[in-house]
Write a protein that binds this ligand. Structure first.
Ligand code: NAD
Length: 454
């Protein structure tokens, strides 16, 4: 049994049965049967059903959002956005069904065409930090491309996923096409990875588990997309609009209590602007409203679990120099917004993903030094560059090894632009104009016009 706790109160919200390998076997058989009919259906019919699914999700945005506040401690504002994001992902993917075109390639003596075929049954293994959007990033395009999906949500956050599976049936999606199997990683997750009936695994989670999944997928040359950890830089050049950069910095690593793979947790500030930037950043951090996630005014809620709280604490010495915000006392997994200063570049807190509301500020000398520091990581997911110099913004954007960069802003994830990591932040891309093709095989067919060879 999985125990689901409310992270803001530590009360048990639900207990959910954990899937066994036998449950995974049965789900794969159901999914394979459903997928054959789904792939054979007219594209317009598949698109219509996905749009209907999007509409049903839209009717339940508030309910799904409240559920996410309860099981994940997300602020209600974020949770509404997340449920709306599922709707938008389904709508966007539905628009791709009838545009999943192959190509015609010139070849002498006949006609050469490519066909984009569905993979079959796709296994999606999701983390607890953004349970709904991350599940839908893979599920929506996989379904649109003609696949079936089995989703294994994280142990701590199965409830919104289970509700989405009910809504899919309510919308008229065929039984078995989209199934949700809550369970533990080592049992249910692993059974999906090892199952010969699963054609592809989309895994979002920690880099360590991602590596072990990639190694296991190699056994069957199973397709795999990995969305892993990050330690993203926020580079502030001295010529930037410092007021704007300091105002935007707090929520770039405090959103979702810092449990965000794109969190800009390494704030790199050019030496000449360092003191002024910290002067501006201090009140911005101290004013962040941390508390009941169901309260509309709250900007930051609790961490997901006691284990996560202990992990975050282990990175922050009691009397560390820096800036500290406020956090509630009493039950719940609370940690205050924290900015550490005066730490060495290679300190544990400066190089490892903490996955909590903690950032470090490090000074740099010039553009070359900024790029060196930004790239001094095994990760490469996101990053931001603050400068008024367009040439520098472009040079830095080219030089930072990361999949998702933003200039004078911190935006990085939109369902219609590609998303994914360099280096150990991942493999493959999700979202964007090519989202559906990640769930297809390309088949090349040559048709001779010369008649059968004698
Ligand atoms: P995690 O790796 O512990 O778990 C993620 C999922 O994998 C869960 O569903 C878990 O049950 C499952 N799992 C665990 N062990 C498994 C195994 N042996 N076989 C199969 N499945 C297994 O990660 P987490 O703590 O839930 O999530 C936090 C991590 O996710 C952070 O590192 C964060 O950066 C990363 N993340 C990355 C992205 C991205 O898009 N790059 C997005 C969100 C989170």
């Amino acid at each position: 049994m999985l125990q689901v706790l409310n992270p803001a109160t530590e009360e048990t919200v639900a207990t959910v049965p954990a899937a066994t390998p036998a449950d995974v076997d049965a789900a794969v058989a159901r999914a394979a049967a459903a997928q054959r009919g789904w792939a054979a259906a007219a594209p317009a019919d598949r698109a219509r059903l996905l749009r209907r699914f999007a509409a049903v999700v839209d009717d339940h945005v508030e309910e799904l959002a409240r559920l996410e506040v309860t099981e994940a401690g997300h602020t209600i504002g974020n949770a509404r956005w997340e449920a709306g994001n599922v709707r938008d992902l389904l709508d966007f993917a539905a628009g791709g069904v009838e545009r999943l075109n192959g190509r015609q390639i010139p070849v002498a003596g006949g006609l050469d065409i490519t066909i984009l075929e569905p993979l079959g049954v796709v296994g999606v293994i999701a983390p607890w930090n953004f349970p709904m959007p991350i599940a839908a990033w893979a599920t929506a395009p996989a379904l649109a491309a003609g696949n079936a999906v089995i989703l294994k949500p994280a142990e701590a956050t199965p409830l919104t996923a289970l509700r989405l599976a009910e809504l899919a049936l309510e919308a008229g999606l065929p039984e078995g096409l989209f199934q949700v199997l809550p369970g533990t990683g080592p049992v249910a997750g692993n059974a999906l990875v090892e199952h010969p009936g699963i054609a592809k695994i989309v895994f979002t989670g920690s880099t360590g588990v991602g590596k072990s999944i990639m190694a296991k997928c190699a056994d069957q040359v199973k397709r795999v997309t990995l969305e892993l950890g990050g330690k993203s830089p926020n580079i502030v050049f001295a010529d930037a609009d410092l007021e704007a950069a300091a105002a935007a910095a707090p929520m770039s690593f405090l959103d979702n209590s810092g449990q965000d793979c794109c969190a800009r947790t390494r704030i790199l500030v050019q030496r000449g602007a360092y003191d002024r930037f910290l002067e501006l950043l201090t009140p911005a951090i101290e004013e962040i409203v941390v508390g009941d996630p169901a309260d509309e005014r709250t900007q930051m809620g609790p961490l997901i679990s006691r284990a996560q709280l202990d992990r975050v604490r282990s990175y922050v010495p009691e009397h560390a120099a820096g800036i500290r915000g406020k956090a509630p006392e009493g039950p719940g997994f609370w940690f205050p917004p924290t900015v550490l200063t005066g730490v060495p570049e290679d300190a544990r807190c400066a190089v490892e993903e903490i996955f909590g509301p903690v950032a470090v500020v490090l000074p740099f000398e010039d553009e070359a030094d900024a790029i060196r520091l930004a790239n001094a990581t095994e990760y490469g997911l996101s990053g931001s560059i603050w400068t008024r110099d367009v040439g520098r913004a472009l040079r830095a954007s080219r030089a930072v090894r990361a999949g998702n960069l933003s200039v004078n802003s911190h935006s990085s994830v939109r369902y219609w632009t590609p998303f994914g990591g360099y280096q150990q932040s991942g493999l493959g891309r999700e979202l964007g104009p090519d989202a559906l093709t990640a769930f297809t095989e390309t088949k090349n067919v040559f048709i001779s016009t010369e008649g059968p060879a004698l």
